[in-house]
Design a protein around this ligand. Sequence first.
Ligand code: F6R
Length: 607
Amino acid sequence: MCGIIGIVGNEAVAPLLLDGLKRLEYRGYDSAGIATVFDGQLERRRAEGKLRNLEAVVADQPLSGTIGIGHTRWATHGRPTVNNAHPHATAKVSLVHNGIVENYKELKAELAGKGVVFETETDTEVVVQMISAYLDEGLAPKEAAFETLQRLEGAFALAIVFAGHGNLMIGARKGSPLAVGYGEEGMYLGSDALALAPLTNRLSYLEEGDWVVLSRDSVEIYEENGEAVERAVVQSAVSGAMIGKGQYRHFMQKEIFEQPAVIGDTLHTFYNPETGRITLPEFPFDLTSIPRITVIGCGSASLAGWTAKYWLEQEAAQLVEIDIASEFRYREAPMPEGGVSLFISQSGETSDTLAALHYAKSRGQKIVSVVNVPESAIARESDMVLPTLAGPEIGVASTKAFITQLTVLACLSLAIGRAKGVLTEEREAELSRALSEVPARVSEILNHDQAIRSIAVDVAEARDVLYLARGNMYPIALEGALKLKEISYIHAEGYAAGEMKHGPIALIDENVPIIACAPSGPLLEKTISNLQEAHARGGQVILISDAEGLAKAGDIARHAIEIPAIDPFVAPILYTIPIQLLAYHTAVLKGTDVDQPRNLAKSVTVE
Ligand code: F6R
């Protein structure tokens, strides 16, 4: 979602800002802009749509100055037009904003009452107009910003520059992430470490309510109440090189092919090849007596959680509740004493997930999170973090983050199963071995890439697609449908195969591909009979199974994708690969913007 970059440096800042915005593109946006201070004057350039449009505007009307701010906007309040694009500005102040000012109507009415004329449909404009009004009253920039921040409700990350101040930038954070970068050549603000990667890797992450005053060679951080505060400076491991596409056509494709490596990296933090056992770091609570684990996430992260529910129930006899964060946060769920809440998030900044975490905390739950960005708010607010080592994920559709979430959750299920004495030693050894073989099996499946591409030719023709599965594969059917929808824009639904006759079967005709994930195991026969019912009604079955499953299904499948035979426990991880490739190739054939699908943002920092 919206990306922010701010630079107080000593060289021409416009190219650096545009470059920083390119590194923020992955977050999702529909307009962009930059502003600088030059000769005491504020100037800005903005454009609708992709960054190349902004680059063209800047090439046509260059911007001078060594201090400036930049923004990629994902529209919330007001359409994605040039006029609504950030930076917003008056003659005295210009700023970029990520988040939503919830009390903007009230503040707008107050300012309008004093004669301020608003030019945009955005919530952000009240911030710039209020700072400007305080400046008009004679306040210095720092005081004007401080007074304004006190009045804002909602979530925001802000970067602000002032006319007549070529060496001053103010940043603020509440609910939306903002990092301060310390460099040799200047100081920086960025929505994330990636934005700042080539400029500096020395960062401070602002805490809730913090605001910061930057000059070329100084940084002063303040708490919400105005007290000066020190925040740790950390070395970011993210490098500019990590965000190249290499030999791949899309980031999503690169990230799919990175999966054997990142599963291996994640697994090796927990799996000891010498003992053949999974060992997790010590938990700050007793694993044997958790009354209930409440698993929460959004989108793909919540589907990883759904899979964990099957694993935890089956292998650890653990009571589990699962919900999506946007519902959970408001439903006033009672939570058991001594309960654990498990939050799953790639970005660690998803606002619904964070709000659900705050709710669980307020109900006395222990907080465990499975997060990909270790400096994120969700990671920071957890009692314990189980990291996914996926590395930066740039494609908007979650692939390697999802698969590493599954990897961590499988390890967690085994650790709880063992601690509770539910898993026998032999079964634990069997499952750990199966897990340790996953990276190699995933590489084998990736070899089917071209065969899956040819199946995608049929899928790309479809208007609707059904994904069916049972048991711990059911969440993978949901994930398959989500992946296809978001990047190919084809309508898709995931169903538990046994639920078909209760409604969805009415959708089936010869134009509806039915993608089934059906590994051999206790539910294979049942899934095959559901597929037979679909086949009998003209449904075009694409069957993903192992040799045994494909043999048992006989000729009901129009297309088959063969997966190595594995323990059903790890099947959700392996069967994710073909559904990702199928979605990817379908989207490429349809010519959509695979890495930045329309309307979507990578990190959803607004409600
Ligand atoms: C789907 C996808 C989204 C995210 C969801 C949660 O491919 O990427 O559904 O999984 O927005 O995001 P995080 O994991 O950052 O909390």
